[in-house]
Structures are given as structure tokens and as C-alpha cells.
Design a protein around this ligand. Structure first.
Ligand code: ADP
Ligand code: MN
Ligand code: MN
Ligand code: MN
Length: 371
């Protein structure tokens, strides 16, 4: 079934040029029950100067699977705002946390606990860099630009590919890149991936809670740009069975001491702590990740923890350049493309820097999984 085209951009332009008479459009965005995003727009009388100026808002949580029908209000508490690359001018995108009527965080709001952990470990100055891999599909749920009813030639020419037939959807990817830069996201690069129509963007280094915030915003922008191109974005870790690469969200990590001379000792210490909590981490590293972590296609097996210098078949990799210099960062290759970055950066800090009494990412996950 075809998706109707709702993007008559040539006609729309006439209206976009109309003055807004001082009003500001704020697109409130939040994370839903399925790891997707929702949004709605509020008209503001003036541009806010800080997040405190933004009003709390709400939505019908029974329509998003985030609340029962008899107590359906979920509250949106603004935490950050960014310039909107779609509406431009003074218009904004507002990232909001979801809260229940009884004053508790909504069960899909993992930002709240993560922020507490990040705050408690501010001194350690934890930096993250996330590599978001994703796969594009067309309106008919075929992998974007793949031959109808068939397959493209086997993997090989597509990773960082250049040239017709080797790379698809570069226009969409370029548009997303610019949108991220406009919004102020610390996007550090993009590349075409091993499977055709699979791509990656990297965000980071970002400190603490900014990592989750910026990754979610970058995902939102990608889905929005996709609307205009009529292209669907999939974050599934193994979108196609068979000899096609899966999609991950490699998580690069460093603390202040790891980034200083002699930092390797702290990197090794962190890796040995990660080895001891492999199972707990895997619970938070994305649904269906067992389909991806097979030990093939540049992955390690989900069953056991491994690490190594320059080894892309290990759970955790120390980049060659880091080993050479003796300090820097490490890469956790286990997280799937569909992770909630708040859960992953949260448990990472908890494991390598230590927990704080009232924040526990494993319990946080249990809260989400119950019922
Ligand atoms: P790969 O070689 O695994 O494909 P990428 O270049 O795609 O690596 O991604 C590397 C990521 O690591 C980037 O997001 C970058 O911002 C991040 N990064 C670089 N240095 C650090 C650091 N010291 N701490 C945390 N992340 C870092
Ligand atoms: Mn990469
Ligand atoms: Mn990659
Ligand atoms: Mn990587």
C-alpha cells in the first residue's frame, strides 16, 4: 500500500514565508513506548531565554502506550531546547521528559535516572561518542533502492562507497547532516555502511547527559527528514536475515583520567569491570540484539565478553591509536542500533565509575519491563 505524499513543499513555501507576528513555534518532542518519538507543537508568545521559561505541557498517554485510559495524562517537562532546522527563525525543538500524574517519572523516561548518575560523576568528566547505524526502507517496506523482488550484489563495495550502484540516499543523509549542525548537535561524522542503504552517523564526544539528549534529537531529525523523502528509518539491529550486516550503536567512552598520559591503566580497569557485568549490560543493550551479535559480521558473540586492541570481533575494542599513545578511550561494540542511550550511558557510568545510592540502571530496566 502506498503512503500518501503529504509533502507539497512548493505550495507550502508560500505559507512558510508569512510573518509569524512575533509568535514562536515550539515542537515538544518525547520518547514513546516503542523507542520511537512523538511530538506536538505549542505556540509561545516569545522566545524563551532559558529552559525555565518553557511551560510544562501534557499529552494523552493512552494513545501512545505510556499511560492507562483512566489516568491518561502524561506531563512533558522541558529539559533542553534547540533551534528548529525545519521551521527556522526563532522556532524551536523542545526535548521533554515524561512524568506521571503521581509525580513519578514515566516508565519510558530513563533520562531522569541517567541524569542523576551523570550529575553524581560530573567530576570524572565522562565523555561518550555514539555511532548510530540505521537502515533505510521505502514506502513499501522494501530496503531503500534495492532491486524489486531481489537483492543487490553481495557486500563489499558499499562501505564508504562512492559511485552509482554503490551508495544510496546520499541526498537524505546530507540533509540530515546539515539539520543536525543547524540544531547544534555535536555530530562528528557520517559514513555509508557495509550493507547497501545502511548508514551511520556519529555524535560526540558529548559529556554526561548531553550524549543521550543529542542522540535522541539526531534520531528525531533523521525521521523528520525521512518524512520529506518518503523514506523510513529502521533502528532494528538485524533488519535483514542472511549474509547482511546488522546495525549497532558502538559506544565510545572515556573519563578524564583515561584521556591523560598513563590513561591506559584506567581503560584496562574499566574493561575488567565491564567483563564482570556482561549479562547486566546485555539486558540494556537493545532488543533483538542476539540476532546481531553472532560472532560474524564484525561482531562478538552475545554469550561471552571479550576485548582487544584493534579487534572488531571483540565486545570491547581499544583503538590502535589509543594503545600506541597509552591513553584515550575505548569502544563498547555490543550496543544495538535500537538502544535507549540513557540506559546505555547510565549503566556504563554506573559500572566504571560506581553507582549512587538512589540510581541503579538495572532496577531502572526492571521498572520498565514489569507489566
Ligand atoms: P569507528 O572507527 O569505530 O568506526 P568512528 O569514527 O565512527 O569510529 O566513531 C568514533 C567515535 O568516538 C566518535 O563519535 C568520536 O566522537 C568518539 N570519540 C573520540 N574520542 C573520544 C573520547 N576521548 N571519548 C569518548 N568518545 C570519543
Ligand atoms: Mn564508525
Ligand atoms: Mn559502523
Ligand atoms: Mn565503531
Amino acid at each position: 500500500m502506498s503512503v500518501p505524499n503529504t509533502e507539497q513543499t512548493a505550495i507550502l513555501q508560500k505559507y512558510l514565508d508569512l510573518p509569524q507576528r512575533g509568535k514562536v513555534l515550539a515542537e515538544y518532542i518525547w520518547i514513546d513506548a516503542d523507542g520511537g518519538m512523538r511530538s506536538k507543537t505549542k505556540t509561545l508568545d516569545k522566545k524563551p531565554s532559558s529552559v525555565e521559561d518553557l511551560p510544562e505541557w501534557n499529552f494523552d498517554g493512552s494513545s501512545t502506550g505510556q499511560a492507562p485510559g483512566h489516568d491518561s495524562d502524561v506531563y512533558l517537562r522541558p529539559v533542553k531546547f534547540y533551534p528548529c532546522p525545519f521551521r527556522r527563525g526563532d522556532n524551536l525543538i523542545v526535548l521533554a521528559e515524561c512524568w506521571n500524574n503521581d509525580g513519578t517519572p514515566n516508565k519510558f523516561n530513563h533520562r531522569h535516572e541517567c541524569a542523576k548518575l551523570m550529575k553524581a560523576h560530573e567530576e570524572e568528566s565522562v565523555w561518550f561518542g555514539l555511532e548510530q547505524e540505521y537502515t533505510l526502507f521505502d514506502q513499501y517496506d522494501q530496503v531503500y533502492a534495492w532491486p524489486k523482488g531481489g537483492f543487490p550484489a553481495p557486500q563489499g563495495p558499499y562501505y564508504c562507497g562512492v559511485g552509482t550502484g554503490k551508495v544510496y540516499a546520499r541526498d537524505l543523509i546530507e540533509a540530515h547532516y546539515r539539520a543536525c549542525l543547524y540544531a547544534g548537535i555535536n555530530i562528528s561524522g557520517i559514513n555509508a555502511e557495509v550493507m547497501p542503504s545502511q548508514w551511520e552517523f556519529q555524535v560526540g564526544p558529548c559529556q554526561g547527559i548531553d550524549m543521550g539528549d543529542e542522540l535522541w534529537l539526531a534520531r528525531y531529525l533523521l525521521m523528520k527528514v525521512g518524512e520529506e523523502f518518503g523514506v523510513k528509518v529502521s533502528l532494528h539491529p538485524k533488519p535483514l536475515k542472511g549474509d547482511w550486516n546488522g546495525a549497532g550503536c558502538h559506544t565510545n567512552v572515556s573519563t578524564k583520567v583515561m584521556r591523560q598520559e598513563g590513561g591506559m591503566k584506567y581503560i584496562e580497569d574499566a574493561i575488567s569491570k565491564l567483563a564482570k557485568r556482561h549479562k547486566e549490560h546485555m539486558l540494556l543493550y537493545g532488543a533483538d540484539n542476539e540476532q546481531r551479535l553472532t560472532g560474524r559480521h564484525e561482531t562478538a558473540s552475545i554469550e561471552s565478553f571479550s576485548s582487544g586492541v584493534a579487534n572488531r570481533g571483540a565486545s570491547v575494542r581499544i583503538p590502535r591509536s589509543v594503545a600506541k599513545e597509552g591513553y584515550g578511550y575505548f569502544e563498547d561494540r555490543r550496543p544495538a542500533s535500537n538502544i535507549d542511550p540513557y540506559l546505555v550511558t547510565g549503566i556504563m557510568v554506573e559500572t566504571i565509575c560506581g553507582s549512587i545510592p538512589d540510581a541503579d540502571m538495572a532496577k531502572e530496566y526492571a521498572r520498565e519491563s514489569s507489566d
